[in-house]
Design a protein around this ligand. Sequence first.
Ligand code: SAM
Length: 297
Amino acid sequence: MNYRHAYHAGNFADVLKHSVLFALIQALEAKDTPFALIDTHAGSGCYALDSEEAGKTGEYRDGIARLMFPDLRQGGQGTLPSLLRHWLDAILALPGNEHGLKLYPGSPLQAARAMRATDSAQLCELHPEEVSRLRELFARDHRVHVHHRNGYEALKGLLPPKEKRGLVLIDPPYEAQDNEFRLIEATLKAALQRWPTGMYAIWYPIKLRSQVQPFLRWLQHCGARRVLRAELLVRPDDSPLRLNGSGMAILNAPWNLDQMLRDPLQAMARLLAQERAAQWQLDWLVQEQDAAGPSSP
Ligand code: SAM
């Protein structure tokens, strides 16, 4: 367990992951009924961008910081699409960010700030220091429950949530890359048996394209009604030595999620490219054949 998200908070992969999370929560909030969020790999919840860890890599500078040019947020040629603008505004509204971007909230804090009073969150985190920070952060938030547990093992017992609607976010560190994909597949298989209608969002790294293909093929037959894949590559996916891009696979995605994400992905590709033009991909790996019209999550 060497991974610490503090080194990577706010990088280009977080921009994709968390803007998709933002879109999914918006879709869930289209209905008044409460939803549950389950975050299997929660991290510590909030990251100081002036910390030693964040300073060492400076990854956020090629991530969220590139969305911050004033002309992008307030009109002008390169205006941000509204989803990205609202996502960025929510981060800048975090107490501590009054004078600029100092804190980067992780998935649990972004979700908790977007959730309503009746929604709830279950957070799993295995690292003792990260989990104690998480506990401290949510000590007074009765909607949020923190578990010092292996998220893969805990998930089964948390499904289906009593709200019967919601989202499972699976965002592991991929320390042992190949095994992690197989572990996710086994976890999803069991989860879909217990809760076939739940929404599941899985973040995955892209180094070499061939490392990701078996997982994408597995998703095509996983049994979910709809599976959307959203990817952003800031470099060609041909080197196993570095993170060239990342993706989000969303099972039982809202029927219009592709429409919600198209402009944001295009903008991310324009703003976050590192060497040559960045590439993005947004497509349904599984699409309901008998599309009887829009059904909400
Ligand atoms: N989801 C967080 C976010 O978006 O802000 C970041 C999570 S980070 C990529 C992965 C986290 O998973 C690390 O904090 C690590 O300690 C934790 N972790 C690793 N293996 C785990 C496991 N089996 N169960 C729960 N947490 C785990």
